[in-house]
Design a protein. Structure first.
Length: 201
């Protein structure tokens, strides 16, 4: 059935998402985003830390919930149910445990976005400063603040994972971690992108 296959396709692709994490964000905040005359970037991939695997997993649950709502509005109730309950079914979680996943996914998203919202104006100001002063002038004024907010965002994610595991209890938390390490860890990487900028005197 075409609709059913469409849902399955979305579910399969979600497990292969690649994370572009904070190293890229900091690079751009420092004004090192690529320009026309910049040399190619050096890209290094490495396994994602466990808390970022959880972050990716919980973001996927949020995505599935939003897509399920869209499908319901289209009258595709069965597809919506499959989309919404996909991760719960894989984990053999109860409705109560699935509700905890959703609550913590939403809270993590809100808390991480709040930190990002504080950092974004500083990053934009730093980009303007770099346009005026150039990269040879050194780090922009907000560099230390952005780095601190990056660390704050990491703490938010780690605390969210710890809270999720406490609420699930030891058995369900162990089942979730085992699933994430088996199914998600091999497919998710961190990509640190550094631009080798040549300064001409």
């Amino acid at each position: 059935m075409p609709c059913h296959l469409g849902v399955r396709s979305v579910l399969r692709r979600s497990a292969a998402l690649t994370l572009l994490l904070c190293p890229l964000t900091v690079t751009m905040a420092q004004g090192q985003a690529p320009e026309a005359n910049d040399p190619p970037a050096a890209v290094q991939s490495r396994p994602a830390p466990l808390h970022h695997l959880y972050w990716n997993f919980l973001r996927s649950q949020r995505y599935f919930d939003r897509r399920a709502s869209d499908l319901e509005q289209q009258g595709r109730t069965a597809d919506a149910t499959e989309m919404r309950n996909h991760l719960q079914t894989d984990l053999h979680f109860s409705n109560a445990q699935a509700a905890i996943l959703r609550q913590e996914a939403l809270r993590m998203e809100q808390d991480a976005n709040a930190v990002w919202a504080k950092a974004m104006p500083i990053m934009l100001q730093d980009r303007e400063w770099l346009k005026l002063n150039g990269r040879s002038a050194g780090p922009p004024p907000g560099h230390a603040q952005v780095h601190a907010m990056q660390e704050e965002r990491e703490t938010v994610i780690k605390e969210s994972v710890a809270r999720l595991n406490r609420r699930l209890g030891p058995m369900a938390a162990a089942r979730l971690q085992a699933r994430i390490e088996k199914e998600w860890a091999p497919r998710v990487t961190v990509q640190a992108i550094s631009w080798h900028v040549q300064h001409h005197l």
